[in-house]
Write a protein that binds this ligand. Sequence first.
Ligand SMILES: [Zn+2]
Length: 113
Amino acid sequence: MTNLICGDCLNESFLREILQQNELDECSYCGLEKPVADLDDIAVRCSEALLAAFQFVEQPMGVIHYRQEPIGDPLGEVLEQMMDCSDRVIADLSQALLELWGGWDEDEPHLPN
Ligand SMILES: [Zn+2]
C-alpha cells in the first residue's frame, strides 16, 4: 500500500512546489483533500537529493551518521535535518528510502564508504 502525502505534511518548500501541480486526493497523514504525491515518489526525490548532498556537499554530520549506520535512526535524523515534518512522515519516508536503496543491485552506485 502506498501512502499519499500533501505539501503541508511534507513541509519542504521544493517538494511542496512540485506537489502543487498534482491531483487532489486525500492525504494519508492529515486526511484532507489536497494535491498529493505518492510517498514512494517523494522517497525517490529525497534519495536523489540525499545522494547529491552526500557526494558533492560537505555535510559532516549527515555523512558521519550515514557511514556509521546506514539503517535505522541516523537516516531519520538526516531526513529531519532536510525536512521539518512529523515523526510519522519521517518514519515512513525512511522506510521507503531503505526499500528503495535495498532494491539496488550490488554493482550499482551506492553511498560512498
Ligand atoms: Zn497532509
